[in-house]
Design a protein. Structure first.
Length: 94
C-alpha cells in the first residue's frame, strides 16, 4: 500500500475495538509515510505480524496495543479517541 491511497481494510475479526485500532494503525502509517516493514521495525515486530495486526486478522490485546502506542509515541486513549464501544445494537454510555 502506498502513501496517499485510501485505506480499505476488510477486517477478518469481528471485535470492534480490534477493527478500530487496525484502521487507526493503517491511517497512522500512511500519514507517517512508512511502509509496513518500517512500521514493523519501529514497533519491534516482524512484518507478517504487523500486517495481520493492521488488517485486523488477529485479536488485539492490551499489551500489544500498549507496545504499538509506545513505539508511536502516543497513548492508548489517543489511539482510541472517538471509539464508541457497543454491545449488540446498543452503545455503551459513560
Amino acid at each position: 500500500m502506498t502513501a496517499g491511497r485510501k485505506p480499505t481494510n476488510k477486517h477478518r475479526v469481528s471485535d470492534p475495538a480490534t477493527c478500530y485500532f487496525a484502521d487507526f494503525l493503517l491511517n497512522r502509517r500512511l500519514a507517517l509515510g512508512y511502509t509496513q516493514e518500517q512500521m514493523a521495525e519501529l514497533i519491534g515486530m516482524n512484518t507478517a505480524q504487523y500486517g495481520r495486526t493492521e488488517r485486523a486478522e488477529r485479536i488485539l490485546t492490551l499489551p500489544l496495543a500498549s507496545r504499538i502506542c509506545a513505539a508511536l509515541g502516543i497513548t492508548i486513549s489517543k489511539a482510541f479517541e472517538g471509539f464508541v464501544p457497543s454491545v449488540g445494537k446498543r452503545q455503551i454510555k459513560n
